[in-house]
Write a new protein. Structure first.
Length: 123
C-alpha cells in the first residue's frame, strides 16, 4: 500500500538537491516544483566558486520564490510572476510621453533664451 502511495506522487515530490541541480543544468532554468529543503540542499551541493559566481546558484535562489511547493501543493509565485510579465497597463507609455514633453519644453525654452540673448548682445 505504501508503494502505491509513493507511485501516485509526482517525480519532483521525490526529488532531492541533486535533482534540482540537474533541472537547473538541463536548460538553464528550473522547471519543476520543489520543497524548500530540496532547493536549500541543492545550494549546499554547489562548490564555493559556483555558489558565488555560478548561474545555477542564482537560478536556485530565485526558485525558492517561484518554484517552491506551497502547503496546499501548488507551486509558489508562478501566477504572480506571470501576471507581472504580462502587465499591459501602459504606464511606460505615460512615462515616455511625460519625458518627451519635458524635453520638448526644455528645448523650446533654451531656444527662446538663446534668441533673446543674441538680440540683446548685438544691440
Amino acid at each position: 500500500m505504501l508503494a502505491l502511495a509513493l507511485l501516485g506522487q509526482s517525480a519532483s515530490a521525490l526529488a532531492d538537491g541533486r535533482d534540482v541541480l540537474a533541472d537547473a543544468k538541463d536548460n538553464q532554468r528550473i522547471d519543476g516544483c520543489y520543497e524548500r529543503a530540496e532547493l536549500n540542499e541543492a545550494l549546499d551541493l554547489l562548490p564555493p566558486n559556483e555558489l558565488l559566481y555560478g548561474v545555477n546558484a542564482d537560478l536556485i535562489r530565485d526558485a525558492r520564490i517561484t518554484n517552491a511547493r506551497r502547503p496546499d501543493g501548488s507551486c509558489g509565485g508562478r501566477e504572480a510572476a506571470g501576471r507581472a510579465a504580462e502587465d499591459e497597463s501602459g504606464g511606460s507609455l505615460a512615462v515616455f510621453l511625460g519625458a518627451a514633453l519635458v524635453a520638448g519644453a526644455a528645448a523650446v525654452g533654451t531656444g527662446v533664451w538663446t534668441s533673446r540673448a543674441r538680440r540683446g548682445g548685438g544691440e
